[in-house]
Design a protein around this ligand. Structure first.
Ligand code: PGA
Length: 243
């Protein structure tokens, strides 16, 4: 695991963008896994800017959505794929055939197998970009998820339901289950980038980095991946002098 600490969130976003832009330049038909959440927004802004300015060509790239709520309509604006489309994929004019996503109301086993198959058919994941959950989750891989888990339907934890309530109006409205790429699916990615920003992530990041790899803290998978980079800003990873 390689740890890179930047002074600011803007620099963190610059570094992440540089990685993605180099990847798509070297291999235009790259398969990227992208997360939702606040952390990647700066990265997405940079990718959209680069695409619109003609500095990057995403026309052959493929994008897989890390996770999705189950049981909602595909067109629901609160779907995670809908969010990713608005923030990144639509501004970059990525066509539907290059977006790999779960069908929220699909039959769970069929959906899980379809997604694993689609990733394999497209040559496997080149770069998996992840955010760090407050409890160490990656996507909907909550604590206890096996490191060899595949794509599947999971129950959301009360913590995830609470933290997603803002997007849904109330806790009662948040779907109770969701689809996620599995930890084993992510472990097979050629490159693995965990982005972490903000003082509220400092404790969980310290526990992630200190390890050891344990299913109690899914993000400790960074110790198992041969090519993992943890990108953190100074707020999330204060130097000893600042503690
Ligand atoms: P965040 O979400 O980027 O909004 O902090 C990360 C997560 O909970 O997975």
């Amino acid at each position: 695991m390689k740890l890179v600490v930047t002074d600011t969130y803007e620099q963190l976003s610059d570094k992440a963008a540089a990685l993605i832009l180099a990847q798509v330049q070297n291999k235009p038909r790259s398969l990227f896994v992208l997360p939702t959440g606040a952390t990647p927004l700066g990265l997405f802004r940079r990718l959209v800017e680069a695409g619109k300015a003609g500095h990057a060509d995403f026309s052959a790239a493929i994008f897989a959505v890390l996770d999705e709520y189950a049981g909602i309509a595909t067109s629901d604006r609160r779907s995670l794929c809908g969010w990713l489309r608005r923030e990144l994929l639509d501004p970059l004019a990525i066509s539907d055939d290059r977006i790999l996503t779960f069908t929220p109301h699909g039959e769970p086993q069929v959906e899980a197998e379809r997604m694993e198959h689609a990733l394999a058919q497209n040559g496997g994941i080149d770069v998996a970009v992840l955010g760090l959950g407050p409890n160490g989750h990656l996507g909907f891989n909550e604590p206890g998820s096996a490191f060899d888990s595949g794509c599947r339907l999971v129950s959301l934890t009360p913590e995830s339901i609470r933290s997603n309530a803002a997007y849904w109006g109330s806790e009662a409205d948040v779907p109770r289950t969701g689809f996620t790429l599995g930890l084993g699916t992510l472990l097979a990615a050629r490159d693995f980038v965990l982005m972490v920003s903000g003082a509220h992530k400092a404790d969980i990041l310290a526990r992630t980095i200190n390890g050891p790899a344990s299913v109690d803290l899914p993000a400790t998978i960074v110790h198992l991946h041969p090519n993992a980079i943890v990108l953190a800003d100074r707020a999330a990873r204060p130097s000893k002098a600042q503690l």
